[in-house]
Design a binder for this molecule. Sequence first.
Ligand code: GDP
Length: 313
Amino acid sequence: MKNIAIIAHVDHGKTTLVDKILNFCTAEAKDVTERVMDSNDLERERGITILAKNTAVEYEGTRINIVDTPGHSDFGGEVERILRMVDTCLLLVDAMEGPMPQTRFVLKKALELGHKIILVINKVDKPNCDPQAVINDVFDLFVELNASDEQTDFPVIYASAKNNYAFLEWADFEKPESKTSIKPLLDMVLKHARDGAGDPQGPFTFQVTSLDYNDYLGRICIGRVFNGSVKVGDQVVLRGENEKGEPTVSKHKITKLFDFLGLKRIDVTEASCPNIIAIAGIEEMTIGDTLCAESVSEALPRIKIEPPTVSMQ
Ligand code: GDP
């Protein structure tokens, strides 16, 4: 299983890229999905153009979870919490504009967490774009941000998300076979993205990264399972915090568990690390809280940091 985040400046093509990845993987899995979904659902899935906060695809037998990162805000440590859910980041950069100040903060955090970075140069269809200059700018940024040697040795792929293709060598840009499919990008993820860390045999540990809500389920908490696994019916401990910032502890039973598939939430009875899942039915659980086995004596760090000052020029 691979957990990846996409880091991109607004308008560099994140939504378009995720949409194309979803379409590719959904088409690949069409035989299976057609059996389990009715045609309305399929139509909806194909026509979708919004970027969900969490997307999950199955590609050549590997589950890939894709999470969105906010471009330039970090209220209450949101960026860091989101980045902790993943092990690899796709740094998506416009082939004409190059890296922008707004992605710098997120990239800095990703590098500090030791994440592997894959550079995706997007919009290479734009006339007069200069991917080589953009790669050099990104490289300089890595050096400036004190990236490790391994991080700085980032793999690069060229893409036109809008035109649904990706390829590995710039020298091949003129070749028609370079412009046939987004598949090389998925192959790149399989080859270079890290497998999600965590001990599947360890005690269950989950941290809430974001919240959703619906009338039927109430509060829905989304986050990563860092260790172990959980089943519906399990007794767990919620390690939270009160208004004064003091730690709180309460016991709960797991009643509703969800996995993600495409843009959908799927009811499941069991989930394990390093998956990104949703848990409903615990109304007092909130962002930053740890839900864990009784044997886990400490909450994961809540991560509260001040919003960054970002230069917008
Ligand atoms: P986001 O803000 O990063 O999610 O960016 P979007 O995916 O919404 O794309 C922003 C704009 O760039 C839209 O008008 C897209 O059609 C366009 N776009 C996305 N990918 C490409 C590409 O590969 N080439 C070109 N020329 N335009 C693109």
